[in-house]
Design a protein around this ligand. Structure first.
Ligand SMILES: O=C(O)CCC(=O)C(=O)O
Ligand SMILES: [Fe+2]
Length: 316
């Protein structure tokens, strides 16, 4: 079905004020966050104070990186066994290519990655990736804090959860299509991690699927960030939060760039006890996020006859 106007993804207008936990606008924003995650599996942050300069420089960095020769992009930059790293254009996703950076919020890791790609060094790239990622980690932290407050989850487990978060920054590029090619850049899916924060460049493409199976377009803007619940947050929330179904459709005849910060839990994710009661019995066994990612990479997930997350750790 085509996009329509009945649905509206909740928008939080971020300001100094609602960045302060406990303020009136914080409380209001956190209700919208919960509503967005339960209804759509996502919400939008409009962050007017986000520096335009940083928006421009991160997409400049994306282009510089993806313009490198294929052999360079394939170099191993991740220290994790089995990490995805560079994903070239493939027959099933001919328009799409992407490349990921582990722990980009840690300066030494941003430096390590940039030295692998540019052995002569690239200070601009390293600095841009690091400062962009740090801003997105702040948005992630705010989201988790709001979710905790809204569900009444003990703040004692907030810091441990933040400390067990692993971050990957991924740059995506979609080339223009040939006359006979489909406009599907990336087909409908839910993300296999905990939370994803996407930032689009000028060319639109991101679409979100509603509960009643309609697709809504998410328009790009230099101050807009879309926060998506992945399968991991759905597990943590014991199915209160929906994992967001989304896709990328390339309608315009222009190259499209998008960037995502993907958060992944190290160790096991347990449903907090505050989210369990007679009406909400435990639906998932402790969840191993990296194990779940391997379940996809190995092709096992494709064989499932029920949603992959249910097959992996669901209690029926
Ligand atoms: O390009 C986009 O807007 C979405 C990318 C995406 O969903 C993903 O990489 O998981
Ligand atoms: Fe995705």
């Amino acid at each position: 079905m085509d996009s329509n106007t009945e649905h509206k993804i909740p928008v939080i207008c971020l300001s100094e004020e609602n960045f302060k936990p406990g303020s009136d606008s914080w409380v209001l924003a956190s209700k919208q966050v919960r509503h967005g995650l339960e209804e759509y599996g996502c919400f939008e942050i409009v962050y007017d104070e986000f520096p335009l300069q940083l928006h421009n420089s991160i997409f400049g960095a994306a282009k510089d990186l993806l313009d490198l020769p294929e052999e360079t992009k394939k170099r191993k930059s991740s220290k994790r066994p089995g990490s995805l790293g560079y994903v070239p254009q493939r027959p099933i996703t001919p328009l799409y290519e992407s490349i990921g950076i582990d722990s980009p919020n840690i300066l030494e890791e941003a430096e390590h990655f940039s030295n692998v790609m540019w052995p002569e060094g690239n200070d601009t790239f390293r600095e841009t990736v690091h400062s962009f990622s740090k801003r997105l980690v702040e948005l992630y932290e705010m989201t988790i804090r709001m979710v905790f407050e809204n569900y009444g989850v003990d703040m004692k487990v907030f810091n441990p959860l933040m400390e067990s978060t692993f971050y990957i920054l991924r740059f995506f590029r979609y080339r223009t299509r040939q006359p006979n090619e489909s406009n599907v850049g990336l087909d409908s899916h839910t993300d296999v991690n905990f939370i994803s924060i996407l930032h689009q460049h000028e060319v639109e493409g991101l679409q979100i699927k509603t509960k009643d199976h309609q697709w809504i377009d998410v328009k790009p803007s230099p101050s807009s960030f879309i926060v998506l619940a992945g399968d991991g947050l759905m597990v943590w929330g014991n199915d209160r939060v929906r994992a967001c179904e989304h896709r990328a459709i390339i309608k315009e005849n222009k190259v499209r760039y998008c960037i995502g910060l993907f958060t992944i839990m190290k160790g096991l994710v347990h449903v907090p006890e505050e989210l369990l009661d007679d009406d909400h019995p435990l639906r998932y066994k402790p969840f191993d996020n990296f194990g779940y990612m391997r379940f996809f990479i190995s092709g096992e997930a494709k064989k499932c006859t029920v949603p992959a997350i249910k097959a992996f750790c669901g209690i029926d």
